[in-house]
Write a protein that binds this ligand. Structure first.
Ligand code: DGT
Ligand code: CA
Ligand code: CA
Length: 575
């Protein structure tokens, strides 16, 4: 059985969760969180590295954690985690999945109110017992009440798409290699590029007589199988991801692809369209009476219904039919359109690789420029740059640029927006830089008017290029802060500067709806990796997916420009 980095990271995150619920030492908890982050950001699979002595050299991983990594890889388990699981009621840990409930609040529920699971929590809410608990204000209580009255599956944890991909892609390759399999596609929300997936839907094309389902049993990542038929199987992969697999004949593969890609709303509209033309569309094909007109090819089905082929990311019934009818669909931005990355960290602050290593990784990712944007000095950031270190960093970049050919490093910084809207670095210190990324990293809970004023003030500073992760949400962990996004859009448009689509798997910020609003208003975007490790240029895929879901085209994206086109645009942002 092969252990994926995601398994190791998940084990460390779970330990951190359980330790927090127990009220353990904050440093210990942070060490596990950081280790999880490091492991997730690695460009290679630890289990395939072969040499366990190297684990302790990873940033933030000492001998103790290195030993735990070795234990997971060797045994698939971790004794320390098993012990913690036995100490914390499983129902209590599940409460972490509820909105607004982090470890501290879950701990309070457990210690003060002796709550052990959802049922206890629902009863305590109904009896008004949460009102007396610190940190459980009326809006949180109302939110909890509303999720707890829904069925558990409606609030089941959705998995971030990048995490799902670590299991989905090997599964796809396994299926594709089975004898007789002609094609495999991952469909459903995964194909539509949603930021999280509820489950994984797989579609396999094989001719009659090929036993795909029988071949499944050999798959190492398969945890349990919940249902099995001749052409269907469902089950759970070892990381907890549920899957639905369907086998179809090659002649209906395109129709099945269309049907199971969804969304449900999109599918319903398409079938109505067929119906209105006296045709019938199903997962087997587009039919006139009993005659199949099309089925093998997805694009032919759209075309037969008078529509241009609609990219899966747009299939949410958000205007794509009207656009496709009039041949007005956008030509969506692609990963290959990106020429550079304008938000990248190094070891100078909280990244794990050197300037040279990050540049080499950016080149390997096919880019021709990057802006190195390490953090400004500020409370929350370890080893943030002050003006002096920033100046030295710039010298190092100048030196490196002299040696590079066909690649350029831009000088940048990621600067905190302070609570009152000032920036954490002086205008004089920022003036020599090419790219200034500003962002909120603290005081997430200001009321909307204050938070909006804070951002607008920051955007008035003379040196601002990009407003990074503009809404501040962390998937499954933190909601967006309260912000009047329309006013921010107007300010960015007027200035002008750029809004980021941050590709970190848990950020994906802006989200698709905000991207669409920005594109409609003509506010261009910067698609950034926010890489803190060499493997994280892959985050650009996530930023591109998100941008595509928001209808963004190549020309809506700043970093699709060549360096020569970029430079004057960067200068134009300076006040
Ligand atoms: P998820 O899994 O919550 O992230 O979202 P999806 O879109 O992957 O939904 P899922 O897995 O329930 O179903 C996959 C696709 O199959 C869905 O996007 C469209 C199609 N589908 C499933 N159930 C229905 C249905 O009842 N009606 C229609 N029209 N399509 C359906
Ligand atoms: Ca699904
Ligand atoms: Ca499904």
């Amino acid at each position: 059985m092969s252990i994926h980095n995601a398994d190791i990271a998940a084990a460390f995150d779970e330990i951190a969760d359980l330790l927090s619920i127990q009220g353990a030492n904050a440093f210990r908890i942070r060490a596990y969180r950081r280790a999880a982050q490091t492991v997730r950001g690695l460009p290679h699979q630890l289990a395939e590295a072969g040499d366990s002595s190297a684990y302790a050299e990873l940033p933030g991983i000492g001998t103790d954690l290195a030993g735990k990594i070795a234990e997971i890889i060797a045994t698939g388990q971790l004794a320390a985690l098993r012990k913690l699981r036995s100490e914390v009621p499983p129902g209590l840990r599940e409460l972490l999945a509820l909105p607004g409930l982090g470890p501290a609040r879950v701990r309070a529920l457990g210690t003060v109110l002796k709550i052990k699971n959802r049922t206890d929590l629902r009863r305590a809410l109904a009896a008004g017992r949460l009102a007396s608990l610190r940190g459980f204000g009326s809006s949180l209580r109302a939110k909890l009440e509303s999720v707890l009255t829904r069925a558990p599956e409606a609030t089941a944890r959705r998995m971030p798409i990048a995490e799902a991909a670590e299991y989905a892609e090997p599964f796809r390759r396994f299926l594709a290699a089975l004898p007789g399999v002609e094609r495999v596609e991952i469909v459903g929300s995964y194909r539509r590029g949603r930021e999280t997936v509820g489950d994984l839907d797989l579609l396999v094309a094989a001719s009659a007589g090929v036993d795909v389902i029988g071949g499944l049993g050999a798959y190492a990542d398969l945890d349990t199988r919940t249902a099995s038929g001749r052409t269907k199987a469902s089950g759970v992969l070892r990381n907890g991801l549920q899957f639905d697999l369907r086998v179809v004949r090659p002649e209906s593969f395109g129709a099945a692809l269309q049907y199971f890609t969804g969304s449900k709303e999109h599918g319903i509209r398409l079938r109505q369209r067929a119906h209105a033309r006296g045709l019938k569309l199903s997962e087997y094909g587009l039919f006139h009476g009993s005659r199949r007109l099309f089925g093998r090819n997805e694009a032919q089905i759209y075309s037969a219904l008078g529509l241009a082929w609609i990219a899966p990311e747009l299939r949410e019934d958000r205007g794509e039919f009207e656009a496709a009818e009039h041949d007005m669909l956008p030509r969506l931005v692609e990963r290959a359109d990106l020429r550079g990355d304008l938000h990248v960290h190094t070891r100078a602050t909280d990244g794990s690789a050197s300037l040279e290593e990050m540049v080499a990784a950016a080149r390997a990712a096919g880019l021709s420029y990057v802006a190195i944007t390490d953090h400004s000095k500020y409370l929350g950031i370890v080893r943030g740059l002050d003006a002096q270190r920033l100046a030295r960093h710039c010298d190092a970049i100048d030196g490196l640029n002299e040696q590079l050919h066909g690649f350029t490093v831009l000088k940048g910084a990621e600067v905190d927006i302070l609570e009152d809207g000032r920036l954490a670095m002086s205008d004089a210190a920022l003036a020599p830089l090419d790219v200034i990324v500003v962002a909120i990293h603290s005081h997430f809970d200001l009321p909307e008017a204050k938070q909006t004023r804070r951002v607008l003030r920051a955007l008035e500073r003379p040196h601002v290029t990009i407003l990074a992760h503009p809404t501040g949400r962390l998937l499954g962990q933190r909601e967006s802060y309260a912000l009047d996004f329309e006013r921010v859009l107007a300010a960015v448009h007027e200035r002008p500067c750029y809004l980021e689509v941050n590709g970190q798997p848990l950020r994906l910020d802006l989200d698709d709806v905000h991207v669409k609003a920005a594109v409609e208003r003509g506010v261009p975007l910067a698609l950034d990796s926010d890489a803190h490790a060499i493997g994280q240029f892959a985050n650009l895929d996530g930023a591109v997916r998100q941008a595509r879901r928001g209808w963004a085209r190549k020309q809506d994206v700043l970093n699709t420009r060549s360096l020569a086109q970029l430079r004057p645009l960067l200068r134009a942002t300076r006040g």
